[in-house]
Structure formats: structure tokens, C-alpha cells
Ligand binder design. Sequence first.
Ligand code: SF4
Ligand code: SF4
Length: 134
Amino acid sequence: MSYFRVNEKCNGCLACVQNCPADALDSTDVGDHRTLRHNMARCARCGNCWRVCPEDAIEFQHLLENKWDEIASLTLALCSVCGEILYTTRFGETVSVKLDRTIKPLCPRHRESVASLARAHFFPGGKRPKEVQR
Ligand code: SF4
Ligand code: SF4
């Protein structure tokens, strides 16, 4: 997912670090090892590092890629009657916890028809409990 990529041509000259106007590049030397780092939040995508790099080591094109990164993958809850997509199962769990009851995965159409079946079963002949007057 790193958009800033440096290829194997890099010789660690630090021209990019020294010419970055946004302090988005730095390096550390520890023991016998030099590490270059890039900070995406600071990077202005100005391309200066790419222009000054004498080795063509910065693959700047990745910084300009217009692409979407997948950041989450979640299971969907489908209507248990018709399979219509409702919401994610995690969202259903969240709502269930907040309401303190289990949410049945039903689309509005089938939620109504299940309610109708229940009414027909429990109140045959169309009799229904009196509506509470507010
Ligand atoms: S694109 Fe510009 S701001 Fe980003 S690292 Fe390179 S020189 Fe720095
Ligand atoms: S300017 Fe190029 S060669 Fe030099 S350290 Fe940066 S990426 Fe590596």
C-alpha cells in the first residue's frame, strides 16, 4: 500500500532527503545500516525528490496512482427470505447490542409479510388487540 517506492537503484546519497521541502523524507544511520523513511502525511507530492534523484530510484508514479485501497472487508447480512443485501453482520450485532434484542435479517418487504403471517396466525379472522390510544 506504500505509494512512495524506491527501487534497488538507490545508493543512499540522500539527495532526496536534503531536497524535500516538506520534511517528508529522512534517514537514520544505525551501526552499518542506513534507512530512508517517507512520511505520507507530510508529503506534498511535489516530485522534487524524483527530480533530484541521480539514480532514477524514486518511482514517483505510484504517488500519483488514482486507485482505491481496500481498508476493510466485512460479511453482509442478507434477507433470510429473498437474499436482498441488508447491512453488515457486524452492524447488525452493534444494533442488537444497543437495542438489547436480536435483529432478524429481513428486508422491509419480508419484515412486513412475516409480521402479516404472525398476525394471521395469532389473530385469525382479522382480530387484533386494541390499539393503545395516546
Ligand atoms: S514528493 Fe515532494 S514532499 Fe513528497 S517526499 Fe518527494 S520532495 Fe518531499
Ligand atoms: S536521491 Fe535517489 S539514490 Fe539518493 S537516497 Fe534518494 S532515492 Fe536514493
